[in-house]
Design a protein around this ligand. Sequence first.
Ligand code: GLN
Length: 495
Amino acid sequence: MIDDKQLTIREASSLLKNRQVSSCELTKATLEQIKKVEPKIKAIVTVTDELALRQAKYADERIANGDNSPLNGIPSLIKDVICTKGIRTTCSSKMLQNFIPPYDATVMERLNKCGIVVVGKANMDEFAMGSSTENSAFFTTHNPWDIECVPGGSSGGSAAGVAAGEAIYALGSDTGGSIRQPASFCSVTGLKPTYGRVSRYGLIAFASSLDQIGPLTQDVTDAALVLNAIAGFDDKDSTSVSLPVPDYTQCLTGEIKGLRIGIPKEYFVEGMQPEVANAIKSAIATLDDLGAEIDWEVSLPHTPFALAVYYIIAPSEASANLARYDGVKYGFSFTDTDNMWQAMEKTRQYGFGSEVKRRIMLGTYALSAGYYDAWYLKAQKVRTLIRREFDSAFERYDAMLTPTSPTVPFKIGEKIENPLQMYMSDVCTLPINIAGLPAISIPAGFVDGLPIGLQIIAKPFAEETILKIAHAYQQVTNWHKHKALDRNVNTKDRN
Ligand code: GLN
């Protein structure tokens, strides 16, 4: 934020380069904005002001030495599931409330080399389980477009923070939609890279075969810049893939003539808000006008099984990953007991919130002897069918377009008592993680002032195709330029 204007990475970087502003000034202005809006928005678990000012000073020295790398000196928010050396990393859980990682996640190491400035660790659903950020053990984040609504989840703090000018960009993580769905709810751009494109080392594990880190930004070009910095093979993550990383800004030509785009009909699910479907259809028409070849009649018949598959596989992996929180190795520990078993039990009873416990129970059940074949193995088989269905569709199409979420943001409290309804928030995003594909959500309209997101999906490692289409769309539309803060200025009294 400078003079009440929300800057993109590019705009801020060019001001820095031309010495119109210093990173210290930019960072101070951002910290001021945090102070101003945080009582209402509550996007941040830990504000790291001292660190940010130190990093900003260092960034200014780099600029003085002629370093113009695009992320240098730019204030950012990091989802609190990503380990930051020496900085509390809580996963928004009591279990890790006082956990200070002794090491950096690989993405942080890479961003440090680019001159990152971290202004805070962003709130989230506990252990990234949720679609509204209401599952945070600390507090609920509010949507900057309407503070009575949820910001989406689980990266709700990251998305709300960017939308409210508390950072210029943020990192989130996406296991079943947690970057894209909050991006949609907060009208920002959120990219989930292909599984294996970005290292998961230092990302606290939820479901290891589904998790990916990605950027939340104000537009597509900024997403390309952040992806440039974080993508690529890492020998600390055996699932990261050793493919060359292109310069993702090179594909942003605005030229999408002849690209084949499929519209899978199963994504226009029953119960979808009609205004959402209409907005997506008009976004598709815009791409048609730009010369893309649209096929409206695509069918991916296994799509309806994705939700069930996800809620077997993700909890199964979570139950294994979360077994490490036993009060012995690190994190919260309940020791006032008679013996070790009781200590473990109490640690987990008090350390985990109810959604996390629900997932652990679901997963433990699905993996237990006698049920494994019927649930986990079956889910894995259907997972393969879903992946193959995408593979064969991508022989015919360069990309597919769907809504990101079937609804606009809902009210805080509206779905929290009904887990199944909450799980439905991710029907359009879950299949993408199941198949390991890349996808983006970009702003595509509003219903009564609440944002709608367009999802663009491509085959593995075709992030360039996604960015190209998304960028072309943003060249001819203004949805991404609408700012929640401008709206809040006008509706201050209402809030
Ligand atoms: N909402 C989904 C869940 O609760 C996805 C979460 C995520 O992507 N981390 O599992």
